[in-house]
Design a protein around this ligand. Structure first.
Ligand code: URP
Ligand code: ZN
Ligand code: ZN
Ligand code: ZN
Length: 486
C-alpha cells in the first residue's frame, strides 16, 4: 500500500516547504520534490493546500463512566470524529476507581478501545495509593507503554487524589521516567463552595462556575507545581483555564522548572456567559470543569500559547447528551461534567489562531501535534513529517469555510459548544497510517483499524533532570566530632 500526496506545501513545527510526501506501509517513506514513486501508488493532489502532521489530542474521554453515567461517545465514534477534523491520534485516560487495581482498569480500557479507528494511547490515573499501585505503575511503564500518570486534585468523594497520593505517585513517576499530570482544582474548596452556593439557593448551571472560581484552580496548579519542584519531577497541567494557573506555570518556567501546560480549544473561545443562558439544557451543556471563564482569562490563555508557556492544545472531549445532563436538574453539582470538541479543535485553533494572526502555521503544528508528541515521547513517530514517521497527515485547506453545528458534526452528542461558529480552514483529506480515511466530506474506516501506541519512558528531559539533580545535590558537612574531654 503506498500513497503520494503531491502538490502541497508541507508545514511542520519547524519549517514550511513545497514538497510531495510519499507514504508506504503506513509510514512516511520520502519527502521532497519530484520523488521517484512506484507505479500504482494512490495519488492525492493537494492542489496547493497545506500538508501537516495529523493532530494529536492529548486529552479525551471516550466511553468514560463518570458521575453516574457513561459518555455518549465511544472509542469508535470518537476517533472517527477526530479523523473528520484532522486529528489522527488521541491520548485518552484510564481512570481506576479508588481501590481498583490499576492493571484491572487498564485492561478494561484497552478492551473498550479496541474498536478505535485512529491511533490511541492512555494516561493512567492514580486515584489511591498502596504498594500494589507502586508496583502496577512499574508494570504499566515497562510492559504496557504508559509514560504518564494523571491525578485529579478535584472530585472529592470520588477520584480526588490528596497530597499524600500526589507525593507518592510523583516520586514513583520520577523513578520510572514517566510524566505526572494533574487536573488542578482544589477539591476541598470546590466541595465547600458547592454547599455554600446551594445554601444560597442556586440550583441551576450558573452555580457551577461560582463553585469553581479561578483561585481554586490557581491554588491547585501552584501546589502541584511546588510539589513537583521539591521532588525534582517534571509536571504537565491539563486544561489550564485561567490566569492564575498560567501565572503559576509561567513563574515556575522562569525559574527553570520543567512545567508544561495544556489549553482546551473551548477555553480559548467560549466564555462564562453561557452559564446564564435562559434555557436550562443549553446552560447545562457547557458544564465542564474547570468551567469556561471570562474574556480576560481567554485573552491570557492565547498569550500563554503565543509565549510558549502553554505548549499543547486539547479538547477534554467528554460527551454527555441532554438526557444525561438532566441528571442535575435541581442540583447543579449532579450535572455530568464534560463537553465535546475532538472534531473541531484543529479548525477552531486555525481560525482563531492562524487566521487571527496569533500563530504561524508552524506554531499551529507545534500546538496541535508536535509539542504533545515531544512531551509524551512519541516524537518524531508522531507530530513530524519525516521519513520513518507514521503516515498520519492532514491535507489542510486554509480557504475552506464551514459553520460548525451539532446537525452536521460526526461527534456522538446532541450539542456543540462551537455551534454557529464559521471557521475558515479545515481538513480536506486525513491520512492515518498511510490510509486515506477522510476525503470529500466522508469517512472511510474499518472498526478497530486504530492502533494502541506504546510510549517509551525516560524522554530526554529525564536525563537532563538527573544531571541537574546530581550537580545541585547538597552534601553533608564532614566534621570531626568533639570528644567529651574537649
Ligand atoms: O468536566 C470535565 N472536564 N470532565 C471530564 C473529566 C475531567 O475533569 O477532565
Ligand atoms: Zn519506589
Ligand atoms: Zn479534568
Ligand atoms: Zn479530562
Amino acid at each position: 500500500m503506498s500513497l503520494l500526496i503531491k502538490g502541497g506545501t508541507v508545514v511542520t513545527a519547524d519549517q514550511t516547504m513545497r514538497a510531495d510526501v510519499y507514504c508506504a506501509d503506513g509510514r512516511i517513506a520520502a519527502v521532497g520534490e519530484a520523488l521517484d514513486v512506484p507505479a500504482g501508488a494512490e495519488v492525492i493532489d493537494a492542489g496547493g493546500a497545506l500538508v501537516m502532521p495529523g493532530g494529536i489530542d492529548p486529552h479525551t474521554h471516550m466511553q468514560l463512566p463518570f458521575m453516574g453515567t457513561v459518555t455518549s461517545e465511544d472509542f469508535e465514534s470518537g476517533t472517527a470524529a477526530a479523523l473528520a477534523g484532522g486529528t489522527t491520534s488521541i491520548i485518552d485516560f484510564v481512570i481506576p476507581d479508588p481501590q481498583q487495581p490499576l492493571m484491572d482498569a487498564f485492561r478494561t480500557w484497552r478492551g473498550w478501545a479496541e474498536k478505535s479507528v485512529a491511533d490511541y494511547g492512555f494516561h493512567v490515573a492514580v486515584t489511591w495509593w498502596d504498594d500494589s499501585v507502586h508496583a502496577d505503575m512499574g508494570t504499566l511503564v515497562r510492559d504496557e507503554g504508559v509514560n504518564s500518570f494523571k491525578h485529579f486534585m478535584a472530585y472529592k468523594g470520588a477520584i480526588m487524589a490528596p497530597d499524600e497520593v500526589l507525593v507518592r505517585s510523583f516520586e514513583r513517576a520520577l523513578e520510572l521516567g514517566a510524566m505526572p499530570t494533574v487536573h488542578a482544582e482544589n477539591g476541598e474548596l470546590v466541595w465547600t463552595l458547592q454547599q455554600k452556593i446551594k445554601e444560597r439557593g442556586f440550583t441551576g448551571p450558573e452555580g457551577h462556575p461560582l463553585s469553581r472560581p479561578p483561585e481554586v484552580e490557581g491554588e491547585a496548579a501552584n501546589r502541584a507545581i511546588r510539589i513537583a519542584q521539591v521532588l525534582g519531577v517534571p509536571i504537565y497541567i491539563v486544561h489550564v483555564s485561567c490566569k492564575e494557573s498560567l501565572e503559576a506555570i509561567t513563574r515556575a518556567r522562569l525559574e527553570g522548572q520543567r512545567v508544561f501546560g495544556e489549553v482546551l480549544a473551548g477555553h480559548l473561545v467560549v466564555d462564562d456567559s453561557v452559564y446564564r443562558h435562559p434555557d436550562w439544557d443549553t446552560a447545562a451543556a457547557y458544564v465542564m470543569s474547570p468551567p469556561f471563564r471570562s474574556k480576560e482569562h481567554q485573552a491570557a490563555l492565547w498569550k500563554g500559547l503565543q509565549s510558549g508557556n502553554l505548549q499543547t492544545t486539547a479538547t477534554d472531549h467528554c460527551c454527555f447528551c441532554a438526557d444525561q445532563k438532566r441528571m442535575g436538574l435541581g442540583d447543579f453539582t449532579k450535572i455530568p461534567n464534560g463537553t465535546a470538541g475532538v472534531e473541531d479543535r484543529m479548525a477552531v485553533l486555525w481560525h482563531h489562531g492562524v487566521n487571527a494572526g496569533r500563530m504561524t502555521p508552524s506554531e499551529f503544528v507545534a500546538a496541535t501535534s508536535a509539542n504533545a508528541a515531544k512531551i509524551f515521547n512519541i516524537y518524531p513517530r508522531k507530530g513530524a513529517i519525516t521519513p520513518g514517521a507514521d503516515a498520519d497527515l492532514v491535507v489542510w485547506d486554509p480557504k475552506a469555510s464551514r459553520t460548525i453545528s451539532a446537525k452536521t458534526h460526526h461527534q456522538k452528542i446532541d450539542f456543540n459548544i462551537f455551534e454557529g461558529m464559521t471557521v475558515e480552514g479545515s481538513a480536506a483529506v486525513t491520512v492515518s497510517a498511510g490510509e486515506v480515511v477522510w476525503k470529500n466530506g466522508s469517512l472511510d474506516v474499518r472498526t478497530g483499524r486504530g492502533r494502541y501506541v506504546k510510549r517509551p519512558n525516560f524522554s530526554p528531559m529525564f536525563e537532563a533532570l538527573g544531571k541537574l539533580a546530581a550537580r545541585t545535590a547538597p552534601t553533608p558537612v564532614d566534621r570531626k566530632l568533639p570528644t567529651a574531654a574537649e
